[in-house]
Design a protein around this ligand. Sequence first.
Ligand SMILES: [Mn+2]
Length: 478
Amino acid sequence: MAGIYLAFSFDRFPTLRDFPTGVSWLSCRMKTKGGCLFLVLFIELIILAYAYGIPQTCPADLVEGCSAVSDDDWKGEFFPGIPKIKYEGPNSKNPLSFKWYNAEEEILGKKMKDWMRFSVAFWHTFRGTGADPFGAPTKMWPWEDGTNSLAMAKRRMRANFEFINKLGVDWWCFHDRDIAPDGRTLAESNANLDEVVALAKELQGTKIRPLWGTAQLFMHPRYMHGAATRSELYAYAAAQVKKAIEVTHYLGGENYVFWGGREGYQTLLNTDMQRELDHLATFLQAAVDWKKKIGFNGTLLIEPKPQEPTKHQYDWDVATTMSFLQKYGLKGEFKLNIECNHATLSGWDTDQFLSDISEATLVMLSVIRNDGLAPGGFNFDAKLRRESTDVEDLFLAHISGMDTMARGLRNAAKLIEDGSLAELIRKRYQSFDTEFGALIEAGKADFETLEKKAMEWGEPSVPSGKQELAEMIFQSAL
Ligand SMILES: [Mn+2]
């Protein structure tokens, strides 16, 4: 039956009329009336059994046969046996508990959850397959039916919110096309998005909201040469971003992100960089205008990334992006969404969960100096390893990431409270805190004055404790 079903490629849910009625009626004429009805019912029954019971294999462009499948067929829990994750302290041996992250605990006058503002990334957590440039997908979560249908999108959204609630975070992030399938037209894509977003709004409840939403302008082949910088696509990309800003606003999102993964060039020989940058700035200005027009008060963020997937991207790094915003008068309208994994590219974005406590300490020191991240937050733009294929692994990865950041916060607080870090830095620059140092910093020491002083002082001393080491290095160099 499956073969017949696929061969007919229905563009709506199949009914009796779609079946080889000529054949059935022919055979009916040769049989009794009751037998014919039985045959017809039997065929219909098999169609229904196929449509509802057997995993669907609908293509990504979505046929209605698939969208007719209800998303309510997944009753109960997506993560059975996994309780709400609690703080149990550093001595706990329970892998499904927090050792360092204690959401309600106050550190330096703020609750840990408010310092962190942790967010789950829908794409890695729920659309990550374990595929990499060398290998096929390894993950097939139990709730997946192999389709990219609207019904599947809704079921996945239910799984997302069960996960978020059990993990105990208040934020999530999404791309438009992660959460709802592409349609055959832009209008159909928008309608699909609306349907999934309506469910997300309901499942969010009063506490959970998007840290940010964004439009995915890089996966579809149409964007292979860019979106805002490829002229014939400019309008299409703008329409997609317009819609994505609207749904982010509708869901109560705090920010909206731009990631220009394809906005750049492979070679300057075929690129008018000036015009492309102008187009990008015009595009971003239009986004600012639209945001204001619909009353969306969220912050617009740009996520810099060097190279990959384009050889040269326009948002190369934080400094380049700031210069771009300054040049085009957009500095007051955008902030930055910095992804630490963009500093550790290995041919592609490694998307690893942070597990280095000293790195987390440095990050949290910056966050404390900034008095928090709000309206920003920490989004886990990180995915499970290819080898992590158990549902439980989704929790373990996030727990470990959250605990690493929490331990970083505790360390940073300690360094600040006991004043040791400030003292270390003070000592490093203490030679400038002298009368002559002040002269230098005021720009009043010219080369003649400095030369005179250098002659007078002789060989500069190596900072204490390192004298011996410096001498050893000097000796071995001889
Ligand atoms: Mn990433």
